[in-house]
Design a protein around this ligand. Sequence first.
Ligand SMILES: NC(=O)c1ccc[n+]([C@@H]2O[C@H](COP(=O)([O-])OP(=O)(O)OC[C@H]3O[C@@H](n4cnc5c(N)ncnc54)[C@H](OP(=O)(O)O)[C@@H]3O)[C@@H](O)[C@H]2O)c1
Length: 250
Amino acid sequence: MANDTRVALVTGANRGIGLETSRQLAQAGVTVIMGGRTADAINAAAETLRGEGLPVLPLVLDVVNPEHHRLAAKKIEADFGKLDILVNNAGIVTGEHFGMNSATSIAPEALRETFEVNLFAPIALTQALLPLIEKSPAGRIVNLSSILGSLTVNRGWDDPEMAAYADFKPTAYDTSKAALNMFTVHLAAALRHTKIKVNSAHPGWVKTDMGSEAAPMEIVDGAKTSVALALLDADGPTGAFIHLGEELPW
Ligand SMILES: NC(=O)c1ccc[n+]([C@@H]2O[C@H](COP(=O)([O-])OP(=O)(O)OC[C@H]3O[C@@H](n4cnc5c(N)ncnc54)[C@H](OP(=O)(O)O)[C@@H]3O)[C@@H](O)[C@H]2O)c1
C-alpha cells in the first residue's frame, strides 16, 4: 500500500461509536484498521463497511492483552510502516449503579476492571504504537474520554448548568476517564515539540449500548468529535478536551 495513504487504528470498532468512527474516517479516505476483541465481531463489522465500499481491515485486538499490542504493532509495521491516527475508543462501564454516586460502595474489583480497559490499556497500546506514530508526518492520538471525567463538572453541584451531574457519579467510570484525561495532557506535553497531537474527546451522550436508548445523540453525530480530532490540521490543538469543536473544562 502506498505510504501516502493515511492509516488509522480504532479500538472497540465492532459496534457503537468505534464502528461509526471507522466508517467516517474511511469515508474521508483513511485506511482504517478496525480493532475488536473477538474475530467474529470485528470481521462482521469490517465486512459491513467493506460492503459500503470503504477501505477497512479487521484486527483482533483485545486492548487489555499486551500480546495483542505487540502483534498489532508488528502487523501495522509490516503492512504500512507507520500509523497516522490512533483512536483509543474501547471503553467499559461496570457495576450496577451507573446512574448513582457509588463512591461509598464501589468494589475494588470494579475499579480495577474499569481502569484496566479505560486507562491502563490505552496507555500501554499507545506506548506500543508510538514508534509507528512517530513515523507519520502528522500523528494524531484521540482518547475517548467523557464529560463524566471532568473534575469541574463533577464538583459543580452548586452550579445550575452542572446540576444534572450532582448525583450522577459512577465512581469507577468517572475516575478512569479523569485519569485518562491526565494521560492525554501528559502525553501531549511529552510530544509537544513533535508533529503529534494528543487530545481527549467527549462524544456527547450517544445512543449506543453504553449510552442507552435514552441518549439524545445519534451515533452518526457521536462519532464526529473523534473524527474531527483524528483529522486535525497542523494548527489544531493538542492537550485539549473537546466536544464538537468546543473546549470542555478538565
Ligand atoms: N455512549 C456514550 O454516551 C458515551 C459518552 C461519553 C463517552 N463515551 C465513550 O466512548 C467510547 C465508545 O463508547 P460506546 O458508547 O460506543 O460504547 P459501547 O457501545 O458499549 O461499545 C464499546 C466498545 O468497546 C469495546 N471493548 C470493550 N472492552 C474491550 C477490550 N478489552 N478490548 C477491545 N475492545 C473492547 C466493545 O467491544 P465488545 O463488543 O467486544 O464488548 C465495543 O466495541 C467509550 O470509551 C465510552 O466510554 C461514550
